[in-house]
Design a protein around this ligand. Structure first.
Ligand SMILES: Cc1ncc(COP(=O)(O)O)c(C=O)c1O
Length: 480
């Protein structure tokens, strides 16, 4: 190859042809999803074994690379967008989301300061405020977009820590003679609480797990007792995490009661609404937002329930300046780029370089409108309840928790009761290995249960009926 061909970018006309080919590829892929296996049946390492270990010396054509995507990557992928993917929260992407991702790539923005990214900064502020309005948070809540809720809770707790033990930012926990700080969350809350405690040097053991009631909601009186005991034992209560839509059952903690306890013990109240908060967009779910205005912070993951492709998570803090105070730090080389700005999002977290995530959210929210989003969410609620009705009509199955949002936990009970944990797990394993559907298993009160999450705009009642047939067939196979 001539040296001149090794310089610069792909020639414009060739790039245009590649883009047309890619547009067809994406449209074909979306249309053919239904006919693909949901998950591969490869063993770990199988994909790597098919790929050359040495990096390429010479460039290869896009057609050849795209051919390998078809040959190796697509069959090696768990298709989270597949209509029969019912794992986790069943969340997915949507066509406007894909368009948003595509537009974001050539803009190639680094949304660190206003000056390096005026449109990205202002659109982020706008989209954050749209979501705030949709989920009925008061105006005093400002937000920042991170990749995930795990990162959001870590930042929230960092602010809580600084307020509880001022100067930790400057002198560290030991230098600031910080007391042993404790965080409280239900035994159903997400493990990101412990991850945050690890990252912040608070210690994972200082996340105290609180029992839940029969509906898997935090037992508020137990929370109060544990906090009071900790105070008596010399610990310093730092924060309580109330979850709106827990990972296993989508249960909703009693936020107003937790807020009262937080006030009593001067604790930070963080609401983990990673999955559930998005449902507040539905007028019939608005009662769920009781107590949210008392929170210090709340995480909402539009990539879980508001149709935005991974990743997109918003941390709201009551008075966002509290977050900025803990994380602002302007090195000399960035000073020039920060002078005239009202808002530089690099000040609101540990990341400097930041993706232009707001664009895809803006495109989806405009494409669907609140009404379109609400109608789709409502359909997911209808499907979850319909599935629960099917379970109720077959005495070999039972619901393992009340249906909440798009989540249904259920259990096969049509065999020897000593074998049920193993059989429920085996049903999920077999179905996932078959490539016909994808479910999750979890443990509730030490019993293994099956779980589906409905969140995919492509999943119809017909798909769900098919999944139910597959579950029953597989139960017949393992149970006999
Ligand atoms: C309730 C809840 N909170 C937090 C998380 C963590 O989310 P992320 O993957 O955005 O960090 C999850 C993940 O499923 C979750 O279910």
């Amino acid at each position: 190859m001539k040296d001149s061909q090794l310089l610069g970018d792909t020639p414009p006309e060739e790039f245009r042809r590649q883009l047309y080919a890619l547009a067809d590829w994406i449209a074909d892929f979306r249309q053919s999803l239904d006919s693909l296996r949901v998950a591969p049946d490869d063993k770990p390492g199988a994909i790597l074994a098919k790929l050359p270990a040495q990096p390429p010396e010479e460039g290869e054509s896009f057609a050849k690379i795209l051919g390998d995507v078809d040959r190796l990557i697509v069959p090696g992928t768990v298709h989270w967008s597949h209509p029969m993917f019912l794992g986790y929260f069943g969340w997915t992407t949507t066509a406007p989301g894909i368009l948003g991702e595509i537009i974001t790539a050539p803009l190639n923005v680094n949304a660190m300061t206003w000056r390096t990214s005026p449109a990205a900064t202002e659109l982020e502020t706008l989209v954050i405020d749209w979501i705030r309005q949709w989920v009925h948070l008061p105006q005093e809540f400002g937000g920042v977009v991170y990749d995930t809720a795990s990162v959001g809770v870590m930042h929230a707790l960092a602010v809580a820590r600084e307020e509880a033990a001022p100067s930790v930012r400057k002198r560290g926990l030991v230098g600031a003679r910080a007391p042993v700080l404790r965080i409280y969350a239900s035994e159903q809350a997400h493990s990101s609480a412990e991850k945050a405690a690890i990252a912040l040097g608070l210690g994972e053991e200082n996340v105290q797990r609180v029992p839940t009631d029969a509906a898997f909601r935090i037992d508020a009186s137990a929370l109060r007792e544990i906090v009071a005991r900790d105070v008596h034992d010399g610990f310093r209560p730092l924060a309580a995490i109330a979850t709106v839509g827990t990972t296993s059952t989508a249960s909703v903690d009693p936020v107003p009661e937790i807020a009262r306890i937080c006030r009593e013990f001067k604790m930070w109240l963080h609401i983990d609404g990673a999955y559930g908060a998005g449902f507040a967009i539905l007028p019939e779910c608005q009662s769920m937002t009781a107590g949210w205005s008392d929170a210090d912070s709340i995480v909402v993951n539009p990539h879980k329930s508001l149709f935005v492709p991974l990743d997109f998570s918003v941390l709201y803090v009551r008075d966002l300046e509290r977050l900025r105070r803990v994380f602002t730090l302007v090195p000399e080389y960035l000073r020039g780029d920060t002078v005239e700005a009202q808002k530089n999002y690099m000040d609101y977290g540990i990341q400097l370089g930041r993706r232009f995530r707001a664009l895809k959210a803006w495109i989806i929210f405009r494409s669907f409108g609140r009404e379109g989003m609400a109608t789709r969410l409502r359909e997911h609620l209808r499907l979850a309840n319909l599935f629960a009705d099917w379970i109720g009509s077959d005495n070999r199955f039972e619901l393992a928790a009340a249906v909440s949002m798009g989540v249904v936990c259920f259990r096969f009970i049509g065999a020897d009761k000593n074998k049920l944990d193993r059989l429920n797990s085996e049903i999920v394993e077999r179905i996932n290995a078959s490539g016909r559907a994808y479910l999750t298993q979890t443990k509730l009160r030490d019993r293994t249960v099956m779980r589906i999450g409905i969140g995919n705009v492509l999943t119809t009642e017909e798909h769900l009926r098919k999944a139910w047939d597959i579950i029953r067939e597989t139960a017949d196979d393992v149970g006999t």
